[in-house]
Design a protein around this ligand. Structure first.
Ligand SMILES: CC(C)(COP(=O)(O)OP(=O)(O)OC[C@H]1O[C@@H](n2cnc3c(N)ncnc32)[C@H](O)[C@@H]1OP(=O)(O)O)[C@@H](O)C(=O)NCCC(=O)NCCS
Length: 424
């Protein structure tokens, strides 16, 4: 049995944030029914195309374990079918622009009227307030949530990060809200509305930077390199380059081969507890007792010199050798892994974190599997659905339409062109 078996999800999501959420629900066993505009579908199907004529990796990697129904939710018959889906489903997830669902005639009040047990989960860019009507994408959220102003180097512009903390990060937050609401429904019998704003989710992930903002009132942030370099702090949490966020000095250092390989680097942290081991490993045993080096506060104004010295050592080793030498001493280091190295890491395939998926249009592709492991609910990653692949199946099996009624609906234009069943 899968954890969410029996839970039906009306997946009205598109692009990245919402689909990330419903994909996780699907991995945990929910029946995820993706509602897509007839003939068009989720816009990502046709974005960043790499195999002509096939759904893009953008779409296929965010929509595993789902079924697809084409449905025009603005057409009268389409609204009738959507109403039936709302009646049947436990959860409705959407990330339309603000007001879009209301414009379709499906306000939260109306949805509750149709099914008081339903949980309606929404992602918007901003919460209630002056920006609530804005359309928002990933990098807008990274900027508005405090991440960009605190990412990058002090002497450079703000930077966005490659990890999709605005989209996928918000999808994860929404997912937790949904399962929590399902849990509450067990006792209350009632559904509720779950809302996540992308700005709020990014801010939640950038929480330590708000911590530092408040610490500034008490003086400079001593663990930032800036302090050791004697550069005054301004009014806001500055960008900290590659300094580690937890108070222990850390940097990204070159390793053997860095001249050719842009990822021949390691992260290196010098925690107080392992300082003596670091000194021994890099061939500077005298720093263990030398005044100016022996105690953590004395080292703060010498961090550039200390890390340059460590780097002279890391440059003689590959990033993996640094790992092999430092780990037995509990010195925290981390190789900078390229996406190529990750894609070839059989260890990640063994745990199911990376998966190979077969697809009728594009053949085999790599994807990230479920990163959350439940010991009693195994995840089998299945391919994303083709557009409208399950339209008839959902109309008949889930909604119970048959005979003339089914013909009326399929002939109405509300559910697109009916395709031959599953092309697999
Ligand atoms: C992502 C986003 C910016 C995209 O905007 P967009 O491409 O213009 O898409 P919208 O959500 O506005 O939807 C466009 C229209 O399609 C309509 N539509 C969607 N599915 C439909 C269907 N099955 N049948 C008929 N109409 C449909 C919507 O009702 C909307 O119509 P309206 O403008 O008349 O109200 C916007 O959806 C948004 O801000 N979402 C919330 C934040 C978010 O999740 N952002 C991250 C995305 S990764």
């Amino acid at each position: 049995m899968k954890a969410l078996e029996g839970i039906k999800v009306l997946d009205f999501t598109h692009v990245q944030s919402g689909p990330t959420c419903t994909q996780i629900l699907g991995w945990f066993g929910a029946d995820v029914i993706k509602v897509e505009r007839p003939g068009v579908g989720d816009a990502t199907r046709k974005q960043l195309i790499d195999v002509p004529g096939a759904d893009s990796l953008y779409f296929t990697m965010l929509n595993h374990n789902k079924r697809s129904i084409e449905l025009n939710s603005k057409n009268e018959t389409g609204k009738e079918v959507l109403t039936r889906l709302i009646e049947e489903c436990d959860v409705l997830v959407e990330n339309f622009a603000p007001g879009a669902l209301d414009r379709m005639g499906f306000s939260w009040e109306r949805i509750q009227e149709i099914n008081p047990r339903i949980i309606m989960a929404s992602i918007k860019g901003f919460g209630p307030g002056k920006y609530e009507d804005c359309k928002v994408y990933e990098n807008v959220a990274q900027c508005a949530g405090g991440s960009a102003s605190t990412t990058g180097f002090r002497d450079g512009p703000p930077l966005v990060t490659g990890a999709q903390i605005g989209d996928s990060g918000t999808g994860l937050h929404l997912c937790l809200g949904i399962v929590t609401a399902l849990f509450q429904r067990e006792k209350s019998g009632r559904g509720q509305k779950v809302s996540c704003a992308m700005q709020d989710s990014v801010l939640n992930l950038a929480r330590v930077k708000l911590r530092d903002q408040q610490r500034l009132d008490a003086g400079p942030l001593k663990e930032y390199s800036q302090f050791g370099e004697g550069i005054p702090f301004g009014e806001a949490t500055p960008r900290a380059g590659n300094d580690s966020g937890g108070g222990q000095p850390g940097r990204i250092l070159k390793c053997k081969g860095w001249e050719q390989d842009p990822n021949a680097y390691t992260y290196f942290i010098i925690q107080a507890a392992i300082w003596e081991k670091v000194c021994d490993v890099i061939g500077k045993p005298e720093w263990k007792t030398e005044e100016g080096y022996a105690k953590p506060p004395e080292r703060l104004d010498k961090l550039n010199h200390i890390f340059e010295t460590i780097e002279q050592w890391t440059m003689t080793k590959t990033k993996f050798e640094v790992m092999d030498i430092c780990n037995p001493h509990d010195i925290p280091v981390g190789p900078i892994l390229s996406m190529k190295e990750i894609a070839e890491d059989e260890g990640l395939f063994a745990t199911g974190t990376m998966v190979r998926v077969d697809h009728p249009e594009r053949g085999e592709y790599l994807s990230v599997g479920c990163p959350i492991k439940l010991s009693d609910s195994e995840v089998e990653v299945t391919r994303s659905p083709l557009l409208g692949e399950h339209t008839t199946e959902i109309l008949s099996e889930v909604l119970g339409y048959s005979g003339d009624e089914l013909e009326r609906i399929t002939g109405s234009g509300a559910v697109g062109e009916i395709k031959a069943e599953a092309a697999e």
